[in-house]
Design a protein around this ligand. Structure first.
Ligand code: DX5
Ligand code: ZN
Length: 222
């Protein structure tokens, strides 16, 4: 399995000081950043669009991992790529099984890495045939829309099933990822950890990040 990467989720950053917050992530040792786009339709919350991502792009060289919680991700993929997204993750629930292959292609041609995200109650196995065509899959361990929610442990068997079917795929987890839940998801096979509150509210984000990236799977899987 690949090394663990922690992705600070900028949803928990102070947007009145965005450039400083991006510097804080870099200073803490982050190698990749997570950016949450919400449209008030796919999820019951609104954040921002390509304009803010362009501003982030001007303030950091770190790869931007853009999580599209929007109903029509394909329509906007090129705009997010032009704004500076390095990876674009779309929700399978927003696209549906009939159009997923085309959607993956449409994101791929923008030049971005492609990710597929799964809500906590979506069974990933139905989508396994598409996993060899993407760069990462991401399990939502909360219902998407808000930071600071509690981790949903029922997602864990899905992470394990995916890791055993795809030993070298990047498996990302998002929602309620913190010092208590990181050992669990790493044991299940996740290697990319999105952390909003746990990173930004830690008194020592660098120490938190170092600890998380050194986390090893427990020897016997639960
Ligand atoms: C939730 C977002 C997450 C969020 C995670 O819909 O996709 O990326 O920022 O925040 P925490 O880590 O605080 O649960
Ligand atoms: Zn997210």
């Amino acid at each position: 399995m690949a090394a663990i990467t922690v992705l600070p989720s900028l949803l928990s950053a102070d947007f009145s000081r965005l450039a400083e917050e991006l510097e804080r992530c870099e200073a803490a040792g982050a190698r990749r950043l997570h950016v949450d786009v919400m449209d008030g339709h796919f999820v019951p919350n609104l954040t921002f669009g390509p304009f803010i991502i362009e501003a982030m792009r001007r303030s950091t060289k770190l790869p931007l991992d853009v999580h599209l919680m929007i109903s029509d991700p394909v329509r906007y993929a090129r705009d997010f790529r032009s704004a500076g997204a390095d990876a674009i993750t779309i929700h399978v629930e927003a696209v549906g099984p009939r159009d997923i292959a085309t959607a993956i292609d449409r994101v791929r041609v923008t030049g971005a890495q492609v990710g597929l995200a799964f809500n906590p109650d979506t069974d990933p196995e139905l989508w396994f045939p598409h996993f060899h065509t993407v760069d990462l899959v991401m399990f939502m361990t909360v219902y998407p829309g808000f930071g600071g929610q509690a981790f949903i442990p029922q997602v864990r068997p899905r992470i394990r099933a995916t890791r055993s079917a795809f030993p070298s795929l990047a498996i990302q987890v998002d929602g309620g990822i913190n010092r208590d839940t990181i050992p669990l998801v790493v044991t299940d096979g996740a290697d990319r950890l999105v952390t909003g509150n746990a990173f930004f509210k830690d008194a020592d984000p660098a120490g938190f990040l170092r600890w998380a990236e050194a986390c090893k799977p427990a020897r016997s899987r639960e």
